[in-house]
Design a protein around this ligand. Structure first.
Ligand code: 5GP
Ligand code: ZN
Length: 136
């Protein structure tokens, strides 16, 4: 935690532009926004990703994302908002302290968050579901 940049922000050792704070989380403006107003919620508990976060902390996050996300949309008058949360380097995670992105979106904007849709072979989807369910 000593060298974690988000822990340093939470401790006030690195300055940030704060939008919201409670006992469980802090929401700040992202320093390199995809669009101006892009915010990130930082869990106060240091957890590298969602899977390491306690349920107690996890359950308190979505109401804050809802509240601050609505505030961003209302303020900017944007057309939409992506709520995005990366887990692992392969997913695009660069800071290994749980955070949730709130990205303002505008019709026809230049932000790219997307994928090329694939399709399943016959029976593959059901098998996929069965395999995942075994690990829940
Ligand atoms: P990730 O790629 O891990 O999902 O997102 C990390 C985010 O943290 C990036 O969007 C990046 O711009 C933001 N970020 C990294 N360092 C700082 C910082 O010192 N201050 C703020 N406000 N945002 C940061
Ligand atoms: Zn941390």
């Amino acid at each position: 935690m000593d060298n974690c940049i988000f822990c340093k922000i939470l401790r006030g050792e690195i300055p940030s532009t704060k939008l919201y704070e409670d006992e469980n989380s802090m929401v700040i403006l992202d320093i390199s926004p995809a669009k101006k107003g892009h915010a990130i919620l930082l869990a106060k508990e240091h957890a590298a990703n969602l899977f390491e976060l306690s349920d107690k902390s996890a359950e308190k996050i979505l109401p804050v994302v809802k509240k601050v996300g609505q505030g961003i949309v209302k303020t900017l008058g944007c057309d939409g908002l992506n709520v995005l949360q990366n887990n692992g380097e392969a997913s695009g995670q660069t800071v290994f302290h749980l955070h949730v992105h709130m990205i303002p979106r505008y019709k026809g904007d230049d932000v790219s968050i997307g994928w090329k849709p694939l399709s399943y072979e016959e029976g593959e989807m059901a098998l996929m579901a069965e395999n995942i369910k075994k690990n829940l």
